[in-house]
Design a protein around this ligand. Sequence first.
Ligand code: OAD
Length: 253
Amino acid sequence: DDLERLAADIRRADTVVAFTGAGISAPSGVPTFRGDDGVWEHFDEGQFTYGRFQRDPAGFWTDRLELQRVMFDGEFEPNPAHEALAAMGADGHLKAILTQNTDGLHVDAADASGTNETTLLELHGNARRVRCPDCGRCTDGDPVFERAADGDIPPTCECGGVYKPDVVLFGEQLPGAVIQRARALARESDVFLAIGSSLVVEPAASLPRLAASPETTVGIINLESTPVDSTADIVYREDVTTVLPRLRDVLEA
Ligand code: OAD
């Protein structure tokens, strides 16, 4: 069937790239951005622009704490989809994971599997860290989020700069070096799997198209249809926690 064919392509491939979005973390309890009860139904993207961070850092941080409370409520852990990708990486079947997610769950899954053979690019940053735009200091976010929740808003760095969540805000460019590496990996890929992303915002919309060529297998795993489905070789409109562990099993068989 399709999975056998995909597994055969992966075995033959030099470069297999997985590109993930919010849908891969949904089974871990992290909400998606679009779709039913998506984060953007409860918040306005305008609350989280870089311009607002600069103009009104206190207002930005107040809203940001609320967003983090909604998104990262309580404990959440990698699910079988993250684990299947980490295992594929450990087995040498996956060269890189490019993720739009800021939840850090791919890092946790790689740590748990004891491998870091796979390149991981967090294209939108990591919401567990904060960074000072003035002096560049980058540090664990938890103590800073706690300070802010206790009323120290906006939280500042020792140098006096206002900490920023270490994520790409709206109106902010993705770091040039990171996006260039992502594009190069997409172009170089023999198999490119887009997983749990609506593929409507940049660079998500263009990476699968960059990957597409007669020699490349482009696969999409997503509950809803995407604008890229028509150009993909294989589309699974199924749950990531069903497809990826099965793919891993077929690869192991
Ligand atoms: P979206 O919320 O746009 O899309 C998530 C997709 O995952 C949807 O199309 C769902 O159908 C699908 N999905 C949900 N649960 C699934 C499951 N269990 N199995 C398979 N598919 C599932 O999220 P992204 O595409 O990641 O940017 O959004 C891209 C960017 O837009 C985000 O990184 C964020 C947002 O604005 C920034 O914050 C800069």
